[in-house]
Write a protein of this length. Structure first.
Length: 367
């Protein structure tokens, strides 16, 4: 099975996140477990190699942030006979493969439908043009294209736009969940983990922590991740907040296992892979009630979806958990149990089945 996978970023890109982690684990699994031949076509970045083999995945980097789409079209036209199926990973702007891939089956992968996060990330008026007009126009080309996504929230959004052939594929997990509750920090410890981008609203987490400190003076906070908001966030100068930056996997999971709970005040997510990672370390999550997070956080079971998406709402829910040891322990146990259903082998197997069924259907349709 020869797969050509289009994506705007690969896992080694400086701005890679949960979407790239998901895609790389699926591609790696298809290569090593299902004996696929996978080529990832993606954008180059500073000091990146033009060609690279990573975990068996052949990576070809051409074009940049805005030119990778035309470069992908040229690449396909040149090498189309070398592939059996094309996967179009959609992050904001699609590769619009239905316009130029005519004799191969296409599978679209949509982690999330870009929403209010665009308002935060882009400048006016382009943010509103893309958010309220271009997204619908671009996705209209995929109305009858087989599409997969990672959450019920995104599935509903895609259906509302008009896409008709959508399947759900669960996320995986990079680490095996703990077998028992770990030893937590002596002092109440809160963690924020994620890219320090505007739409992740790490500033709301810090503001919430400052309110928590008024009720629980001994509390402390760890911030894991990096991004263009870091300098601004460091200037908020709330006592007992430690910035760790981007850390390796071992330190990340060590910190998550020691924290009592995590705050996730994002504007919008596809699923929120870091939520599942926190759960695997027996750490409940207090999150904004938004698309993606309302899928990965089981309200009043593995964490809390706040009633008010604000620092005040975050702080009230966090304080209620930190002051109720039995409830916090129950949520920790539930979070750990919930995380055990996620693994990359399962994700890859489902992806493999979808691809094979799609190719069989495409061949029968041609006949």
């Amino acid at each position: 099975m020869r797969v050509l996978w289009f994506s705007w970023r690969d896992i080694k890109h400086p701005d890679s996140g949960g979407a790239e982690i998901f895609s790389h684990h699926v591609m790696k699994g298809l290569v090593n477990k299902c004996e696929y031949d996978v080529t990832l076509f993606t954008a180059h970045y500073q000091n990146s190699l033009k060609y690279e083999n990573l975990d068996g995945v052949k990576i070809s980097r051409r074009g940049g942030k805005y030119t990778v789409y035309n470069a992908a079209k040229r690449y396909f036209k040149k090498y189309s006979d070398s592939f059996d199926v094309v996967i179009d990973e959609i992050n904001v702007k699609p590769f619009l493969t239905p316009q130029f891939v005519k004799h191969k089956p296409i599978l679209a992968l949509v982690h999330e439908v870009p929403g209010d996060a665009l308002i935060f990330q882009l400048h006016f008026p382009m943010n509103y043009v893309i958010r309220y007009y271009l997204i619908r126009q671009w996705l209209s080309y995929y109305k009858n294209i087989q599409t997969v996504t990672v959450s019920e929230s995104t599935m509903r959004e895609l259906k509302n736009i008009g896409l008709q052939k959508i399947l759900l594929v669960p996320v995986g997990l990079n680490i095996k969940p703990l077998t028992a509750l770990p030893t937590k920090e002596l002092k109440p410890t809160i963690v924020f983990i994620g890219r320090l981008k505007r739409y992740k609203l790490a500033d709301h987490a810090i503001q919430a922590f400052s309110l928590i400190k008024k009720e629980i003076p001994e509390a402390k906070m760890w911030i894991i991740g990096d991004g263009n908001m870091r300098k601004h966030l460091e200037k908020l100068t709330v006592k007992d907040v430690v910035f760790f930056g981007r850390v390796d996997e071992e330190l990340k999971y060590d910190l998550l296992s020691k924290a009592h709970l995590a705050l996730m005040p994002s504007v919008h997510e596809g699923w929120g892979l870091v939520v599942t990672e926190c759960n695997a370390m027996a750490t409940p999550v207090v999150a904004y009630n938004v698309a993606g997070l309302r899928d990965s956080v089981k309200d009043a079971q593995t964490g809390i979806l706040v009633k008010e998406n604000s620092p005040e709402g975050l702080s009230r829910s966090a304080i209620s958990l930190l002051k109720d040891h039995d409830l916090l322990t129950r949520y920790s146990i539930n979070a750990l149990a919930f995380s055990r259903q996620f693994n990359w082998d399962n994700t890859v197997s489902i992806f493999d089945k979808i691809i094979r069924n799609m190719i069989t259907s495409f061949a029968e349709h041609k006949l």
